[in-house]
Design a protein around this ligand. Structure first.
Ligand SMILES: [Zn+2]
Length: 199
């Protein structure tokens, strides 16, 4: 499940370059999530850049699909968490393709600790995934976390320069530029990672 953010770049980079995944067929899926944050267009551009890079640089067949989920009518900001959406959508994809045995999720160590506010939402997303599988697929497909033990700095450093300038992690872009104020912008700044600007 590929959002276009730095962690998903790192996750997909592992899938394409780490020998542990060399025998897998990779299926990248991007959800165009439309909500009050207005990050859809930037995430689409980041995804397009990553897919183009893979087509040009890797001699490896892969599948790319996408879908749109619109929540702009929920103006309060209380819209579904990404983890709920990719839980449901990845189950729909897996129900339709018996060759799928794993769903790769770009969560890093800092997302997965019990005291992180996001963690209960990741767990709930996993329950949504399990509940959305058909009876035939239950127990036959698992989440994997290729960057679970990798820091954000290490994810960034592992990417080629072209991809370091292609991800999109800002949650609330302003006129297509990084806001430098949202949680992810501040987290990247604290690690001295420069957020790309597509304008
Ligand atoms: Zn931001």
């Amino acid at each position: 499940m590929f959002s276009g953010g730095l962690d998903s770049f790192g996750c997909a980079w592992q899938l394409f370059t780490n020998d542990a995944y060399k025998d897998f067929h990779i299926h990248l899926h991007h959800m165009h999530i439309v909500n009050v944050e207005q990050r859809t267009q930037n995430e689409e551009e980041a995804t397009r850049r990553f897919v183009t890079y893979c087509e040009q640089e890797f001699r490896r067949d892969f599948t790319f699909t996408e879908n749109i989920m619109g929540f702009r009518f929920l103006q309060s900001g209380d819209f579904p968490m990404d983890s709920y959406l990719y839980g449901f959508v990845s189950a729909m994809i897996a129900n339709n393709n018996p060759n799928i045995v794993h769903v790769a999720v770009g969560r890093t160590k800092t997302d997965m600790e019990n005291d992180v506010p996001l963690y209960p939402h990741i767990q709930r997303g996993h329950r949504i995934f399990e509940a959305s599988l058909t009876d035939e697929r239950q127990g036959k497909i698992t989440y994997i976390f290729p960057v679970r033990d990798i820091s954000k700095n290490a994810i960034y450093e592992a990417l080629p320069p072209r991809l370091q300038q292609s991800f999109w992690s800002c949650r609330r872009p302003v006129n297509l530029k990084p806001c430098h104020q949202c949680e992810t912008c501040r987290a990247l700044a604290a690690l001295n990672i420069e957020h790309p600007d597509f304008t």
